[in-house]
Design a protein around this ligand. Structure first.
Ligand code: OAD
Length: 253
């Protein structure tokens, strides 16, 4: 699939002073990390979220929940950033070198944006590679696996859980505040690889629209956000992001 990038969008991107990107699972799909809602391959086509991604599920069966996240952690550990992640890192370098602002907001918990070189990353849903204590809530970055998982908190003995946001839980307040500010103050927002159905992340692009920003969606499919976007680029992140970033080349201009 070739998607032409409209000349007017290229001009807007070149002129933008404050760019914000919001990414979802689709940006990591081409790194081999499964999305959640794609019909055949998405995690929620194979697993029930309420049995794996809620505090109630963890309370009922901590071993099962821990095991599922341990499987995902391994999968992500083997994954490498793809050209989509790299293009966003390049865009950050390009803009910040020229005194312009760039903020990357991600719903992903895989850390691939940081691996690709992105520096200013707001993680709305946590990170798989960290754990926190389910009792004292201390973040535990290093832990010993136990023969009877989940391992226990070295500080209080509570059960460790992944440091990710589960359904029914609040997002980290500082991350949500920073993301809201970045949405309200950008003049162009890229929305990449998200089905835009999980709140509050799905509302961030609408804040940008309200503030008069240009909204660009990069996704092979329509989403509930599509009626609001100025440009819908239909294709994959690993193809379209590098093409889009190449339009503002030469990067050292
Ligand atoms: P979803 O799985 O809901 O949506 C993935 C989106 O990526 C879909 O719109 C696909 O069309 C699109 N997509 C698939 N392959 C792509 C590709 N190669 N390039 C670009 N787009 C592609 O994932 P999210 O929107 O990230 O939350 O899901 C949001 C949240 O729901 C996740 O953070 C997770 C999940 O439950 C928690 O676990 C708290």
């Amino acid at each position: 699939m070739t998607t032409r990038i409209p000349a007017e969008l290229i001009e807007r991107l070149r002129a933008a002073q404050r760019v914000t990107a919001l990414t979802g699972a689709g940006v990591s799909a081409e790194s081999g990390v499964p999305t959640f809602r794609d019909a055949q391959t998405g995690l929620w086509a194979q697993f029930r979220p309420e049995e794996l991604a809620t505090p109630q599920a963890f309370a009922a069966n901590p071993r099962r929940v821990w095991g599922w996240y341990a499987w995902r952690r391994e999968l992500v550990r083997k994954a490498r950033p793809n050209p989509g992640h790299k293009a966003l890192a390049e865009l950050e370098t390009h803009l910040t070198a020229r005194g312009r602002a760039f903020t990357l907001i991600t719903q992903n918990v895989d850390g691939l944006h940081q691996q690709a070189g992105s520096r200013k990353v707001i993680e709305l849903h946590g990170n798989l590679q960290r754990t926190k204590c389910s009792q004292c809530e201390e973040i535990i970055a290093q832990w010993e696996e136990s023969e009877t998982p989940p391992p226990r908190c070295p500080l209080c003995g509570g059960l460790l859980r992944p440091d990710v946001v589960w359904f029914g839980e609040a997002l980290p307040a500082a991350a949500l505040q920073a993301a809201t500010t970045a949405a309200q103050h950008c003049d162009l927002m890229l929305v990449v690889g998200t089905s835009a159905v999980v709140q509050p992340a799905a509302s961030l692009p609408l804040l940008a629209v309200e503030a008069g920003a240009t909204l660009v969606e990069i996704n092979p499919q329509d989403t509930p956000l599509t009626p609001w976007v100025d440009y819908a680029l239909r294709g994959t992140a690993a193809t379209l992001l590098p093409s889009l970033i190449a339009t503002i080349q030469p990067l050292n201009r």
